[in-house]
Design a protein around this ligand. Sequence first.
Ligand SMILES: [Zn+2]
Length: 278
Amino acid sequence: MINFILKYKFPFFVLVIAILLIGTSFLLKLEKEREQRIIYERILAEQKALKERERRAELKLYLMGKFEPSQKEGFVSVPDAYSISGYKMYLRKETLDAFLKMAEKAKEENIDLKIASATRNFAYQKNLWNNKWTGYTLVENKDLSKSIPDGLKRFEKILEYSAAPSTSRHHWGSDIDINNANKEYFETKTGEKVYEWLEKNASAFGFCQPYNQKRNTRTTGYNEEKWHWSYAPLAKTFTQEYKNLIQETEINGFMGDENVSKLNLINDYVLGINPECI
Ligand SMILES: [Zn+2]
């Protein structure tokens, strides 16, 4: 029998074994390639997720003003001819370009537009805020640390016109104060004329007034600010991103911040704006 197999079937057996060996090694190779592809895809997905986490973290810092405007990509300095702040100010390039076009048009109609305040980062806003909190800066001629000892009430008083650090639209480089950040100026003849012109023309240059008069459309938030204008194409996006990314528990690092949890800063203040700016 053995002799018979060896004599007639041996080549056939060799062929079968060879085919089996080649087939098995081919299948093993395919399986290995499949495993490698899965590992590669997993690494790619992890890298993508990491990049997205980094992008979100960086965007959050930006939205909360935790950066230096003079070093930030996309920011340019406000020309001295249009600045009345006495120090170097910065804006997103798109905002400044739109403002300069608007100021040029206004000039043709004998309206003078200058920037009184532009980008204010977290550190700057914290300084403004803390000075009001401690009474170093008087609010309506009062030292609030003495006239309003209750923390929450003092916090709400400062919020009438000032945003808590991390929640200001001035962090974004899309918002400016025009000519004078005081309501008294807008009660003068010049101020009235300026506001009238802005109300009529600012939207044609992309600007909207986020803190307009409190009417049915805006019942919460800061008091009316006729001087504060947002470059809407940028500010609308930042408002949405703020809403999606920032938690109230992340708003801290300044005097009186223990009161943040007692208020609805994001809903009532960051989003308590003129619907035309949302
Ligand atoms: Zn402002």
